[in-house]
Design a protein around this ligand. Structure first.
Ligand code: ADP
Length: 277
């Protein structure tokens, strides 16, 4: 059984009498602990690049540096600023997701638009992260079906590209990444990203979508991770009535799938007999 926390309060009640009021505050306490942890995590994540930046500013101000060293320091400072920028962007995305109304059914996006965007971003990221002379990733992007999906295009794209970006960031050079969209027999559709990366041990799987939860901290930081990507994916998935599935075998890679309900899908305009103009 889980421990329960009860708050007890004596309330004046009539003449000289008191009423004993008790309230279960377990959920309240848990929410408060989560809020405190979140603030501590955010502060820590911001403080690290800030400390590095302050150090470099001091160096630039006090030491006479030759132009080459100066350029190198400025490059490192740019890296830290961009890290903070990514973190702030992800935090804003999360807070918008938590505070905005659920995406309706009025905006429809062709699936191929989302798939093309994922492919372009994925190929670009893989190129940027690849060390010089390393064997490139084998990237395979499947064909998109002639269907549309309804919901927020921005949110859907951010969830899908987060999964692609993770696969690329965690898969070593020469590894393979396969991105697919397929219709399931029951009318649902599945977007999946399969990689041949390091895989994830079973004990981590249930915690991956927690904010700032990372299995491999250094790899996450090295490749520009904020620890918020899968938390964003989880929110978008829930807001679209979809399901996130993660299968992984340590040493043999991972597959992340988003399964969309049939109610969010329809055949593309041409197949519905409508003019696409
Ligand atoms: P991050 O910005 O650290 O990548 P995410 O929320 O996107 O944050 O992912 C949480 C953690 O899950 C990562 O730090 C990493 O340890 C693990 N992870 C996510 N995707 C993969 C993957 N494709 N292969 C191996 N580990 C992964």
């Amino acid at each position: 059984a889980r421990p329960v926390k009860i708050s007890v309060h004596l309330h004046p009640y009539g003449e000289g009498r008191k009423l004993l009021l008790s309230r279960d505050i377990t959920a309240l306490e848990q929410a408060e602990t989560m809020r405190r942890d979140f603030v501590a995590n955010v502060s820590h994540e911001i403080r690290t690049p800030l400390t590095v930046l302050t150090g470099f500013v001091e160096t630039l101000q006090t030491l006479p540096l030759d132009p080459q060293d100066r350029a190198r320091y400025l490059g490192l400072m740019a890296q830290q600023s961009s890290r903070m920028q990514t973190l702030v962007n992800d935090l804003l995305t999360l807070s918008r997701l938590e505070g905005s109304p659920l995406p309706g059914m009025s905006e429809w996006t062709p699936v191929h638009v989302l798939m093309t965007q994922c492919e372009q971003e994925g190929r670009a990221l893989s190129g940027v992260l690849m060390p010089a002379g390393a064997k490139p990733h084998r990237l395979h992007f499947g064909a998109a079906p002639d269907s549309d999906i309804t919901g927020s295009q921005t949110e859907l794209l951010s969830a899908m590209s987060n999964l692609v970006s993770n696969a690329i960031r965690y898969t070593p050079p020469g590894g393979s990444i396969e991105v697919k969209w397929q219709s399931l027999p029951d009318g649902r559709a599945e977007f999946s990203v399969k990689d041949s990366g390091p895989g994830i041990a079973p004990e981590h799987l249930s915690r991956l979508t927690e904010r700032f939860y990372r299995v491999d901290r250094s790899r996450s930081r090295e490749t520009g991770g904020t620890g918020l990507g899968l938390a964003i994916v989880k929110h978008v998935v829930q807001r679209h009535g979809a399901e996130l599935r993660i299968e992984s075998t340590p040493g043999a890679g991972s597959t992340f799938c988003i399964q969309f309900p049939a109610s969010r899908l329809r055949p593309a305009a041409a197949l519905r007999g409508l003019s696409s103009s």
